[in-house]
Design a protein around this ligand. Structure first.
Ligand code: SF4
Length: 459
């Protein structure tokens, strides 16, 4: 699982040439990259049913909110957002509000008690979304409550639908695996996304080639535990190498791997295939063996460090990021200190850091007390964030003077006159205006850094 900050991303409008003819839909995305990809997927389903995408809820007949359930805070944000949309619905009673994805699966019809909602649909129900929305549109004004479809389907991989756009026309997503069988004790994902299943390699390659034909240069392979991917006799390493042979594709990334599934053949593929980015997200969660055991993560600190060692032996410059969960059940000051020690030992390039919040359905919610006081969780989290900020600043400063090959993704967010791109170890580089084209490569020398960004000039 990639525990990333909640983002809200409005779907780009349909092409200017395509005048909306059917109902207008606005989709916004909360949560991880898999949700970004799923939003594109469900937009594809809706486009096939005649829906036209718009960029503002005010212009829509149907609003779809694609949600995350990993943390309580993420769900609270969605409830607040649904009430904002409810205010819009009071002005426009025909507006249909649909809440889909992990939170819909988690809360099921109970979601209707928390938020104004007409359709509640889980992650395996997107093919049926047009029918669910049609039923909800009929019900609006007539009563009858929300339309609910939260059936999990152990075979649904959305085969036949297309890979997704990361929003820049350069980088695309292909979901190669859905669901999770790991059942870490704190995590609700196996309950909201169902059992693990891989997409057939021929279908993955079809989606990758289709993205390349549309001009994409980079693809990110997505899965909840992406490196445990399996389909019949095919392994993740074999899939990586097959994707690397797709002509016209320049870079491959994958997220999120599960540490213990980092087999030697995967590490060899990363080291040997030039197109595979030299960057790995390796979620550790805690630096304490006792906490890792209570989380049922399946590795000890020593085993995790051994995986880091094997990755760095194969690719000495490899960039590593991680997830850290602070304040899990029973975490002591000594456990917390062990997490800080592990961070100092590994020196991650970056990290996603969160305080633990109990999620119902999980083993931890049923059996392990949420017994670290909120103030203690927050203090420990602040220490973790401060340490990571310092390490990130040092790691990025060490890049100054280095030569790098940057794939240009688009204008810089801060200053649209400049360009932004990424190195093959997934670091953002800001370039002066006019030194490259979007989707092209620029060879640069890194001249300056912050804790999250590099600045380069053409070499
Ligand atoms: S159960 Fe564990 S491996 Fe699966 S998504 Fe949750 S944290 Fe990741």
């Amino acid at each position: 699982m990639t525990t990333q900050l909640v983002q809200i991303r409005a779907r780009r409008a349909a092409s200017p040439a395509a005048e909306p003819t059917g109902p207008r839909v606005y989709v916004e995305t909360h949560g991880c990259q898999m949700n970004v990809a799923d939003s594109e997927l469900l937009l594809g389903v809706l486009a096939g049913a005649g829906y036209a995408a718009v960029t503002r809820p005010e212009d829509a007949d149907v609003v779809v909110v694609n949600t995350c359930a990993v943390r309580e805070k993420a769900e609270t944000k969605v409830v607040n957002r649904a009430h904002e949309l409810g205010a819009l619905q009071r002005q426009r009673p025909d507006l249909v509000i649909s809440i889909v994805g992990c939170m819909a699966e988690h809360l099921k019809d109970g979601l209707a008690d928390l938020a104004p909602v007409d359709v509640i649909a889980g992650p395996d129900s997107y093919r049926r979304l047009p029918e669910l929305l049609a039923e909800a549109r009929q019900r609006r004004g007539g009563g009858g409550g929300a339309v609910v479809d939260v059936k999990l389907d152990k075979d649904e991989t959305y085969e036949g639908l297309d890979g997704a756009d990361a929003g820049d026309g350069v980088s695309g997503f292909v979901t190669i695996q859905r669901g999770c069988d790991k059942f870490c004790t704190f995590c609700v994902v196996p309950f909201t996304r169902g059992r693990e299943r891989g997409t057939a390699p021929r279908e993955v390659l079809r989606q990758v080639r289709a993205l390349v034909e549309r001009g994409y240069k980079e693809v990110t392979l997505l899965g909840q535990t992406v490196n445990s991917y399996a389909w019949e006799d095919s392994t993740f390493a074999q899939l990586l190498r097959a994707v690397a042979r797709v002509d016209g594709l320049e870079r491959i990334r994958f997220t999120s791997p599960y540490p213990v599934d980092f087999t030697d053949d995967v590490i060899a593929a990363i080291a040997e295939e030039p197109k595979i980015g030299k960057y790995v997200h390796l979620p550790v969660q805690s630096g304490s063996d006792a906490v890792l055991a209570r989380m049922r993560r399946g590795y000890t600190v020593a085993e995790y460090l051994a995986i880091v060692g094997r990755l760095r032996a194969a690719v000495p410059t490899i960039a590593l990021s991680t997830d850290i969960l602070s304040g899990f059940s029973g975490e002591t000051d000594a456990d917390h200190a062990a997490t800080l020690d592990l961070m100092r030992a590994v020196r991650f390039d970056s990290a996603f850091m969160f305080a633990y919040s109990e999620r119902d359905l999980t083993y931890a919610a049923k059996k392990l007390p949420d017994d670290v006081a909120p103030a203690v969780k927050q203090r420990r989290l602040a220490e973790i964030v401060a340490l990571q900020d310092r390490i990130s600043a040092e790691v990025f400063a060490a890049q100054v003077g280095r030569a790098a090959r940057v794939l240009v993704h688009g204008p810089s967010k801060r200053n649209p006159a400049e360009l932004a791109g990424r190195t093959d170890d997934w670091k953002t580089v800001i370039l002066p205006a006019g030194v490259g084209t979007i989707g092209g490569f620029v060879d640069v020398t890194i001249t300056r850094s912050t804790q999250a960004t590099l600045f380069g000039t053409p070499a």
